[in-house]
Design a binder for this molecule. Sequence first.
Ligand code: MG
Length: 360
Amino acid sequence: MKITEVKIHRIEWERGAYHWRDGIMPQGAKGSSGLLRIQTDDGVEGLSPYRGGASIEEIKYKLIGTDPLDRERIWQDFWLNLRTSRLGEAIGSVDVALWDLYGKVCNQPVYRLLGGVRNKIPAYASTTTLDSIDEYLREAEGYLARGYRAIKLHAWGRLEQDAELCRALRKAVGGKVTLMYDASSMFNRYEDALWFGRRLEEQNFFWYEEPMDHYNMTALARLAKELDIPLATAEATHGGPFDALTHILAGAADIIHTGPLDAYKGGFTGIMKTAHICEGFGIMCAMHGGSIASLHAACAIHNCRYFERLVPETLLSPPGIKSAETEIDDQGFASPGGKPGLGLEIDWDWMEGHTVGIEG
Ligand SMILES: [Mg+2]
């Protein structure tokens, strides 16, 4: 089998506006994304969501004429070029599309080909940043009513106010609901990060995510040593499994965050390497992002405990590309289902009406 065509459909659609912590530009009501298509002389096609900025000419230069089943060889070839190009932004989607294609060839869902460990996994409701503590409490009530048993806060990044929110949320949901907090690297002064970690410990939070920037590994290691709450780090690094190992050896991670569609993490091939490194150190490997790829990965990795489900569930999902990651059952579980590959269902009429450009 040989790769004959590679295309990226750029799409836009209307959806709700939202925002993250202080200092991050709010997101408007127009969603934009891409769909990567890798086509072959056999007629089988691999698909993946695509958000990267790598040049289509360079992606094609690497892929056209190669055998799409040689995923590791292609991965190594891309990885060799991260220094001199933007292929690191594409490697995740390219690898995910190749696994989708392989799943269609084998008539198996990707999570089973990766080594399926479970066919469903608890999801946590991962918030955007809301406007008031009352709004968070109202939302949390809705998550629990829908079946979720775990919630992760993306709050403002204001020390006192965020601490007050964590106290109020714990009081509202009781002791049995799992709570996590994501600082998105907001607390870059060690004393602030330490103070806030203590507040999370008082409210029995399950993990403390990205308190400080990933490049400050010395401070992260001090923090991990000082605090009892596990630090979840490395989500934003650009070295995939290699940076994960560096974080672990530096003592700067109790949990490693990675994601198959994240830039520079290396798709399924890369994050499975990361997961196995973590397993060797007895460390949890958490999946970032609520994509269908993250859900397949979470069901293939033994040392992954949760699937991150951004709420509202369909906020970032193009209506014309359907897959299983937006469906949470009444017990709070997500399942990738049994369709071959990723299980994407494309409404090509919708795509045609929302495509703003085709590259390739
Ligand atoms: Mg995060």
